[in-house]
Each structure stands twice: as structure tokens, then as C-alpha cells.
Design a protein around this ligand. Structure first.
Ligand code: GLU
Length: 431
């Protein structure tokens, strides 16, 4: 989908769901535009000695509930509008799970796969140098997103510390463990989505062995949710990456697929024992075909805008779990709801990542590291609470889960805005 209308679509959805949530127009007005966005051009010395410039963004969308929080994306299709939409969704997401954070997001227009390791390091450091004035442990805290990872977060933290001449691990999350990262952060987005599916399975009485799942996107989040589902007996019948998809009615061994993809950079229908992989019976299909498969759960886990007016009528899965940010366009929300589909929205389904980012920040500030069991137990508590709060509100309002999640979030943001008291003065003063 063209990046230019993703933000318009996100704001239109906010206005629609804001009206359903019954919050005051002042709250919606506060969220219609970002607080500030810094646009920079990053000079990077390439390995051949030339210098290239990369356009970069950092958007602090809204900080009513706390410092802004959100990842940094490295992708050739990054646009200002996309970054702003992602930052708006972060604002809603942090509020849905009750974190003391506002929302933000960053991005660089770059194909990181075409850079050497050293070029990538220089680019990551240049990003932090350009953005260091708006970033900080109490101001704006970045994290990984599409095509960024723990190593990149480590470089960025290092650069920030060099500028500030102080150890400040809480400035960024999703770091390598040895540099102050949290156990369980890597798997957290996938695990959060898995926890939502487990709760949904309870209400819908889904039997794992009879539940067929298709996953679009096999990055960090897509892999972990697939792995956890398979471990619980679900059948993963289709997986895709940016090149295409593999499909097998019998289901795949997720770890074999992932291991082979890491080694060969290709997604193939294989079963591996150790380092020896064998092709298994499978069909190659396109990403579009994967989205339209007749499966029980469809998990878009790649980029935004993959389900819209052009294919909404062909989506056959009764349950869609949005592990990606914004995979369903706002303009087809109503269609999916009327068709009786359950959509677990991104702002809930993928909130596990930022939740463990919050745990990482808390651990960094306390100077005390938690065990993996502790991280998982707390994540489970947060996700279950948010899931049921959303589910029960949706049942009571007879609304979609997205509408309920936005209501939960917008009420929290509204309370923070009104708690400043200034609008009350005028209400009290009026006759
Ligand atoms: N990029 C992730 C997201 O979209 C994580 C953000 C974070 O941990 O701050 O939710």
C-alpha cells in the first residue's frame, strides 16, 4: 500500500473510534497531530570511501501518559506518514496495556540488506547523533522495529553514552543482554500474541491440533509466535517472507524453516535434523494467496496495509491476529466486523514487545536484572489483563475488539489530559 495514505487512514480510524469511545473532542484534537517530528539527513561514509545521505525521522507523537516510546525502522519504503502512523499506534498500544508511556517511532529510508556491517554501524550511530536532543530515558526511548535488532540498539546506546558521557542503558530497549538488555525481550512480541491466541482459544473453544494457522512475515515476531503455537500443538500450514510463501496441508516444522532461512536467506519447505535439511512436500504460493487461504487463524506479521478494499472480500480466515502494525486498513474495519471476523488488533496483539521493553527500562533504572521466569510471568499477567479488559468491553458494547481496545486506551489518555485540570476550571466556571 502506498505509504502516503497510511497516516490519513490511521487518523480517520482514530476519529471514528474516538467518537465510539465517547471521549471529548479535546482528546481527539490532541491526537490528530504528532507533538513533534524531527527530520534529519544522516551522512554516512561508505566502505568505498564515498559519502551517502540517508533521510531519517523520529516522531514523538504524544506524551500525555509518559515519555514517548517506540521502535526505529530501517526500510526502503519508510515515509514521514508511515512513521507518524506507527507513532500514533504506539500511543494507543502503550495505553491499551497500561504502560506509563506515550508513543513515538523512528525510521530511516534505507535497504539495510545492501549495507556492510560497518556501514550499518555508522548509519546507526549517525541516527543517534542526529536525534540525541529529542531522545533520552525520561523523554523518548527507542527500540527495535522492522530490520533493526539488538546489535543496532547496542550501537545506538553506545553513541548516546558517548555524547552524554554517562552510562544510560535506559535510553534504549531491546539491547544485547550484556549491555543491559532484558531476558525475554527477543521473543516478547511473539509471546504476547501467543498469549492473546491462548485466551481467544478458551472463548472460541479452539482445539490446537485442529487449528490451522497461516503466518505472513517470518521475521522476529512471526517466527516466535509460530514457534510457540507449534509447541502448543497448533498446525502451521503456511509461512511467507518478502519473497513468497510456502504451504503444506500437513503443517511445517517451524524451527527447521527458520534455521534454514537464517542459513540460506531463503524460505523453503524443509525439515532439518541438525544441519542437514530435506525438502518436504509443499506448494509455493504468493503472499497474496497466503492471505486468502482457508485457515482458522491468519497472522499478518510483516508490514502495514496488506488487507484493504482490494482483497477484504476474499479473506476467508475467521480470526485475524495482527502481529504486524497496521496490516488491516481502517476503511475495511467495518466490513470485517460485519462479516463476523474476529480481529485481534495490533495495539493489543503485538503489545508484548513494548511491554517487555518497559520491563527492560525498569530493570535498567533499578540496576537489578530479572530472571526469564519473572519476565514471562509479568508479561503473561499484563497481556491477559489487557486481553480480557478488551474482550469484555467489546462483548458489552457489541463492538469489534479494535473499537474496545481504542476505548480502553483513549479513556486512559483522556484521564491523563484532564488530570492536568485546566479544562475543568472552565467547566466549573461556566453556569
Ligand atoms: N517496534 C515494536 C512495536 O512496534 C516495539 C516498540 C518498543 O519496544 O518500544 O511495538
Amino acid at each position: 500500500m502506498a505509504g502516503s495514505n497510511v497516516y490519513t487512514d490511521a487518523v480517520a480510524r482514530l476519529e471514528r473510534l474516538g467518537a465510539e469511545a465517547g471521549v471529548t473532542p479535546e482528546v481527539i484534537a490532541a491526537l490528530r497531530d504528532p507533538k513533534s517530528t524531527l527530520i534529519a539527513s544522516l551522512p554516512v561514509r561508505m566502505d568505498d570511501g564515498s559519502r551517502r545521505y540517508f533521510r531519517a525521522y523520529r516522531c514523538r507523537y504524544n506524551d500525555a501518559l509518559g515519555p514517548t516510546k517506540g521502535g526505529i525502522r530501517f526500510h526502503p519504503d519508510v515515509t514521514l506518514e508511515e512513521v507518524q502512523a506507527l507513532a500514533l499506534w504506539m500511543t494507543i498500544k502503550c495505553a491499551v496495556v497500561g504502560l506509563p508511556y506515550g508513543g513515538g517511532k523512528g525510521g530511516v529510508i534505507v535497504n539495510p540488506k545492501a549495507l556492510s556491517r560497518l556501514e550499518l554501524e555508522r548509519l546507526s550511530r549517525a541516527y543517534m547523533r542526529a536525534m540525541a536532543d529529542v531522545i533520552g530515558p525520561e523523554r523518548d526511548i527507542p527500540a527495535p522495529d522492522v530490520y533493526t535488532n539488538a546489535r543496532i540498539m547496542g550501537w545506538m546506546m553506545d553513541e548516546y553514552e558517548a555524547i552524554h558521557r554517562a552510562k544510560t542503558p535506559a535510553v534504549i530497549t531491546g539491547k544485547p543482554i550484556r549491555l543491559g538488555g532484558s531476558l525475554g525481550r527477543e521473543e516478547a512480541t511473539g509471546r504476547g500474541a501467543f498469549l492473546c491466541i491462548q485466551e481467544l482459544a478458551r472463548v472460541r473453544k479452539l482445539e490446537p491440533s485442529k487449528t490451522r494457522v497461516a503466518i505472513q512475515g517470518f521475521g522476529n515476531a512471526g517466527y516466535h509466535v509460530a514457534h510457540l503455537l507449534q509447541d502448543s500443538g497448533y498446525r502451521i500450514v503456511a509461512v511467507s517472507d518478502s519473497q513468497g510463501a510456502v504451504y503444506s496441508e500437513d503443517g511445517f516444522d517451524v524451527d527447521s524453516l527458520y534455521q534454514n532461512k537464517q542459513e540460506t536467506r531463503k524460505l523453503r519447505g524443509v525439515y532439518c535434523e541438525g544441519t542437514v535439511c530435506q525438502l518436504v512436500d509443499h506448494k509455493r504460493i504468493s503472499n497474496e494467496e497466503l492471505l486468502e487461504l482457508e485457515v482458522d487463524i491468519l497472522i499478518p506479521a510483516a508490514l502495514e496495509g496488506v488487507i484493504g478494499p482490494w482483497n477484504v472480500d476474499r479473506i476467508r480466515a475467521p480470526v485475524i491476529v495482527e502481529v504486524a502494525n497496521g496490516p488491516v486498513l481502517g476503511e475495511v474495519d467495518a466490513k470485517l466486523f460485519e462479516a463476523g471476523k474476529i480481529v485481534v488488533p495490533d495495539v493489543l496483539a503485538n503489545a508484548g514487545g513494548v511491554t517487555v521493553s518497559y520491563f527492560e527500562w525498569v530493570q535498567n533504572r533499578a540496576g537489578y536484572a530479572w530472571t526469564l521466569e519473572e519476565v514471562r510471568a509479568r508479561l503473561t499477567e499484563v497481556m491477559k489483563r489487557a486481553f480480557w479488559e478488551t474482550w469484555e468491553l467489546a462483548s458489552a458494547k457489541k463492538s469489534s475488539l479494535r473499537s474496545a481496545a481504542y476505548t480502553v486506551a483513549l479513556r486512559r489518555i483522556a484521564e491523563a489530559i484532564h488530570a492536568h485540570g485546566t479544562s475543568d476550571y472552565f467547566q466549573e466556571a461556566s453556569p
